[in-house]
Design a protein around this ligand. Structure first.
Ligand SMILES: [Zn+2]
Length: 294
């Protein structure tokens, strides 16, 4: 009986051992599979993380790009608005300046286009006696022109040039009387050649003046032979003055003493182009009206 028990126990033990061995083998295989699964899961996570990171970076980049583009667009729009505002402001300023500037001041006068006999400058200032050739005469000049003229006369004096105002503003009636004097002295046929008919004269504008220097015996004749004329030819444009009737011009006799204020910008451009006021097209001249007193 005992023997049988022992055998039975051995058989059971063997079975259990065998089973355990088999089970162990199965577990090992399962562990290996789990481990492999785990590894591939890790790989998958890593790859997903990589994809997510790339995607996030890309989205971030795209967003930043979109934002930058939007900013650019807004800035461009703002710039455009600013330009429009500036342009409108500029136009308003230009219109304001133009509305205050007498268009006659840059007109060319001739036998076909002349000043109305009732025309009078907006405001006149008396040229102080130190700048006048003769104390007996009262010379008036357009108030807006005077600072430019004064600067020119002061700079001429500083350059040791004797330069004085001989005659500046003349009303229609004064011009008319002057012409009669010339007629009496020289005869009707010659008066037009050196004193503009009343109404054609730039002197009525209040922006033109005849200049004189010492040593001419109180006459303007011969002014073109003087140092004062040479100085004015080289410098007057800097103060906005131009010689209205240069020698050999087609419009009028040579008047070396007669200078007209047309503004620094126009005078400079005429000087640089080596041309004179009456040669230029009126439309081209009109563009300078807004800068006349700059
Ligand atoms: Zn004159």
């Amino acid at each position: 009986m005992n023997k049988y028990l022992q055998i039975g126990a051995f058989v059971i033990l063997g079975g259990v051992t065998g089973y355990l061995g088999y089970a162990n083998q199965q577990n090992t295989a399962r562990l290996e599979r789990l481990s492999t699964n785990l590894y591939s899961l890790q790989l998958s996570i890593a790859s997903t993380t990589q994809i997510l990171q790339t995607s996030i970076a890309q989205t971030h980049g795209d967003l930043a790009d979109a934002l930058a583009r939007q900013q650019q667009t807004v800035q461009t729009q703002l710039g455009t608005y600013q330009q429009q505002v500036n342009s409108v402001a500029g136009t308003v300023t230009t219109l304001q300046k133009l509305s205050k500037t007498d268009p006659e001041l840059l007109q060319k006068y001739s036998k076909v286009f002349f000043l109305n006999e009732n025309y009078a400058p907006a405001e006149l200032t008396e040229v102080p006696s130190t700048y006048r050739y003769s104390d007996a005469k009262h010379n008036l000049i357009a108030t807006a022109v005077w600072p430019h003229m004064k600067q020119m006369l002061d700079d001429a004096t500083a350059a040791k040039i004797a330069l004085y105002v001989f005659s500046s503003y003349r009303s229609f009636n004064e011009q008319s009387a002057l012409k009669k004097d010339y007629k009496v002295t020289y005869g009707a046929g010659t008066a037009n050649s050196f004193s503009a008919d009343q109404g054609y004269s730039e002197h009525q504008l209040g922006t033109a003046a005849d200049f004189i220097t010492s040593g001419l015996g109180g006459q303007v004749d011969g002014f073109d032979k003087t140092a004062a004329y040479k100085w004015m030819t080289a410098n007057a444009y800097k103060y906005g003055f131009v010689l209205s009737y240069p020698s050999q011009n087609q419009y009028y006799v040579f008047e070396p003493w007669h200078w007209r204020f047309v503004g620094v910008k126009l005078a400079t451009d005429l000087h640089n182009a080596n041309q004179y006021f009456y040669e230029w097209d009126q439309r081209k001249i009109d563009e300078y009206l807004v800068n006349l007193f700059d």
